[in-house]
Design a protein around this ligand. Structure first.
Ligand code: GLU
Length: 303
């Protein structure tokens, strides 16, 4: 299949879209990003890469990082993790609090903020230097030592992350945060500030297309764990638009408020898009259009 031709064609068409969305501003540093940025990268199962536009420029991956902390936490505590976090879609926005109250401090899934905070807590309990050790883990996963946190973004969110502080305190009141709330939040804001390009994202998420083995063929997850995380991404990876994404695109994936989306077709490819304008559900507007067109044109969705 002519992936390069298809990606270039979709890039040119979607770039003309009137429906570019709005750049997130609740984290002030994110609002400074040029809304015209737009990139696509695809890495196929044979590790051949195809890209268009700003595919090699770094951006803030935000919630996409929640999948990576989940991988590391699972590799440390295994299935015990599921005693503290569920696997059901929430159907609510990522920072919704009332569900947590209702469900007595067990977050619906690890990809909403409350669930990701519990995963952070697990890592803070088990890692000697959580921020350094997690960064090291991500670099190994991606086989790329240049990946780093964007300290400005982390600080900007730390100054304005009141809802996350509320969620962490609520979780603590239910006994589902074991460490100091500020230490967990500091780690969470750093993981969300990870900066990567579309190209780096496809390399980092390659293991989900490859049954748990990264591009260097090191085994980071058991095949059944990779399958399960793909299932969680499919049902919970797009805030309260996961059903719509599944319906229109038909791939497991994860989005972030920095405008990135990564999606996976097991055994076939991993694809990443970046356009900072978000739709009203918080997903990249152009990214959604690209992925819908891609699986429609190629017929390569999991369904
Ligand atoms: N750091 C962001 C927050 O906690 C992540 C949101 C996202 O990308 O969904 O609000």
């Amino acid at each position: 299949m002519d992936f390069q031709g298809i990606i270039e064609e979709i890039y040119a068409t979607v770039k003309q879209s009137e429906n570019k969305g709005t750049v997130a501003s609740y984290i002030p540093e994110l609002s400074k990003v040029n809304p015209e940025k737009f990139g696509i990268c695809l890495l196929d199962i044979n590790q051949k890469s195809y890209f268009a536009g700003d595919a090699e420029e770094s951006f803030s991956i935000q919630s996409i990082s929640k999948v990576l902390t989940l991988v590391q936490a699972l590799s440390i505590v295994g299935e015990d993790l599921w005693k503290r976090v569920g696997v059901e879609p929430s159907g609510d926005p990522f920072n919704f609090l009332s569900l947590l109250e209702l469900e007595k401090g067990i977050p619906r899934n690890p990809l909403i903020n409350a669930g990701a905070l519990v995963v952070c807590d697990i890592l803070v309990s088990h890692l000697k230097n959580p921020k350094e050790d997690f960064l090291h883990f991500v670099r190994a996963l991606a086989n790329d030592k240049t990946i780093d946190y964007d300290k400005k973004v982390a600080l900007s969110e730390k100054r304005t992350g009141f809802r996350n502080a509320a969620a962490a305190n609520l979780l603590k009141s239910f006994g589902n945060i074991h460490n100091d709330v500020d230490a967990v939040l500091d780690f969470y804001f750093h993981q969300c500030s990870l900066a990567m390009s579309c190209k780096q994202l496809t390399k980092t998420f390659f293991l989900f297309a490859n049954h748990g083995q990264c591009t260097q063929l090191h085994k980071f997850l058991q095949p059944s764990q990779a399958k399960r995380i793909n299932a969680i991404m499919l049902s919970c990876g797009f805030y309260d638009e996961a059903g719509e994404f599944s319906f229109k695109v038909g791939l497991p994936g994860k989005s972030g408020v920095g405008g990135g989306i990564v999606a996976i077709h097991p055994d076939k490819y991993c694809i990443a898009t970046w356009s900072p304008g978000l739709n009203h559900k918080g997903n990249s507007s152009l990214g959604m259009q690209v992925l819908e067109q891609f699986t429609t044109k190629t017929g390569l969705s999991i369904f």
